[in-house]
Ligand binder design. Structure first.
Ligand code: SAH
Length: 492
């Protein structure tokens, strides 16, 4: 029988000079006077926070001398890891050596004992482990998370124009952003790409499975969706607090996925204090954001550039925006010169924010109509009334979280798209989206083709869309491409 070789976990974690490694300006005074902020100072110096990191570090060291917990995969099941896919399902595990607890770092080895990855273990989930690192020499400690978070911030800085370095943001992030050249505005959108809302950490695609961090002005919202992310909550919060210097870190660990991970929901302030009101400006449009009660982390940042595209094509058109949330696409359409915009959502709270957003931007309220309705029923009603539109947006919630739900979801997508096609005037545009991880781009296009066929319309794809650049997709992790969109023009 094969005896797995022990992974050569470094016998002593190489504790990096993390602040120096990640911050070229370390040692310089922060632009914001932190001395007045006793709360911040308390956290910065908090021995408890250090204790968490050191505690796990020593456990890894202990594991090393005693034999680290090891997941040994079944023969042949190492292939997806070798392709650098970060998920390990329970069915792929041959056996576990040691008794790792939820969130513990384990070594993953093939059946012959060759090291494959360091991963976070979760006994409660079908997804038994998620990879932190492919590097055998890596130490998974607080410095590791600081480094990975710093990398993700630097990647955003390379994609966005410099962020304001004023109140609420420290020199570190401002330096990161200003040292890199901003990318030009997306072609034809004619707007500054500046946004004070940005996804800073995009889970697996940033090498941090289960960790989502969104920035809304000077507030960070953190969402932990895995046992590993949960274990390193303090280390991540500390790194974000120091690197970004926000006014607040708010936690929205209340996604449905937490149940599958065996984790209780948790929401609330992690550091600092929430400002009384919060808004983001994206492509020059202001949106109020409610990070405590809003959906997801408060706003749908992923549609930023797709909303801008809609705005540019809305002039003179009668627009129908289905699943409008706080008015995202509607506001762009109004600013873009739409003749009228009918917006629908099932959430009255979201619609209230949407109405407020119209006023916030000084847009013509008389052109905007808001309906609190179930879109499935409302579309049928519009069809029966023989209403017609020139531009329709369908941006429904996730119908299929995983491929197991794909069939049922496909029926939902077909239903609303068929009705959408029927409500369009000849030459009209349909902006249709799926944010279901369980529906591939290919399948989505097939569903839409079926809907057009049944509606009796010919349509062309004029744009194929994805999430904005702050939601990158790791090449080895196709699941990262959860948001797909098509802009279709029906024949005139
Ligand atoms: N397009 C929006 C995001 C949409 S999120 C933006 O750019 O910000 C999906 C929205 O669908 C949520 O606001 C949710 O309240 C709404 N929703 C979910 N099911 C619905 C239904 N059956 N009918 C109407 N709205 C629904």
């Amino acid at each position: 029988m094969n005896q797995p070789k022990r992974p050569s976990n470094p016998s002593f974690p190489r504790r990096r000079e993390s602040s120096k490694a990640n911050n070229p300006r370390s040692g310089h005074r922060h632009s914001r006077d932190v001395s007045n902020n006793s709360e911040r100072q308390k956290h910065r110096d908090a021995p408890a926070a250090q204790g968490v990191a050191t505690g796990l570090g020593s456990r890894l060291r202990g594991n090393d001398s005693m034999g680290a917990a090891v997941l040994i995969l079944k023969a042949g099941r190492e292939k997806s890891l070798q392709r650098r896919h970060p998920w390990i399902f329970s069915g792929a595990i041959e056996r576990i050596e040691g008794a790792p607890l939820s969130g513990d770092t384990v070594a993953v080895c093939d059946i012959a004992g060759n090291f494959l990855a360091w991963a976070a273990y979760n006994p409660a989930s079908q997804m038994s482990a998620r990879v932190w690192s492919w590097d055998e020499k890596e130490t998974i400690d607080a410095a590791f998370f600081r480094k990975k978070i710093g990398n993700a911030l630097a990647a955003r800085a390379a994609l966005f124009p410099p962020l304001p370095s004023g109140e609420g943001w420290g020199e570190e992030l401002a330096d990161l952003t200003s040292s890199l050249t901003a990318s030009p505005s997306p072609e034809g959108r004619g707007e500054a790409t500046t946004s004070t809302g940005c996804r800073l950490i995009h889970g697996e695609s940033d090498g941090l499975p289960g960790l989502i961090v969104d920035r809304y002005d000077n507030v960070l919202v953190m969402q932990l969706g895995s046992a590993g992310a949960e274990r390193w909550r303090e280390a991540c919060a500390n790194a974000l607090w120091e690197l970004c210097q926000p006014a607040c870190i708010y936690e929205r660990s209340d996604s449905d996925g937490r149940e599958l991970e065996g984790l209780p929901k948790r929401c609330g302030i992690v550091r600092g204090a929430l400002p009384e009101s919060l808004e983001v400006v994206e492509h020059g449009i202001r949106f109020a954001v409610d990070v405590a009660a809003g959906q997801k982390t408060g706003f749908y940042l992923d549609q930023r550039d797709n909303r801008a595209l809609t705005g540019g094509l809305a002039a003179g058109r009668e627009v129908l925006n289905c699943f409008c949330y706080t008015g995202g696409f509607s506001l762009y359409a109004l600013r873009g010169g739409a003749k009228s915009v009918l917006s629908m959502d099932a959430s009255e709270e979201a619609l209230q924010l949407a109405r407020g957003n119209v006023a916030l931007n000084g847009l013509d309220e008389s052109k905007a109509e808001w309906q609190c309705a179930d879109v499935f029923a409302a579309l049928r009603k519009l069809r029966d009334q023989n209403r017609k539109f020139d531009l329709i947006i369908l941006d429904p919630p996730k119908f299929a979280p995983t491929a197991a739900f794909a069939e049922k979801a496909a029926r939902g997508y077909k239903d609303i798209n068929l009705l959408g096609f029927k409500l369009l005037r000849p030459g009209g545009l349909l902006f249709t989206y799926s944010c279901s991880g369980g529906i591939s781009e290919d399948l989505f296009q097939k569903i839409i083709a079926g809907a057009a066929l049944d509606a009796g319309v010919d349509a062309q794809i004029v744009h194929q869309l994805h999430a904005s650049a702050d939601h990158p997709i790791l090449l080895s992790f196709p699941e990262g491409a959860y948001l797909k969109g098509l802009v279709l023009r029906v024949a005139g």
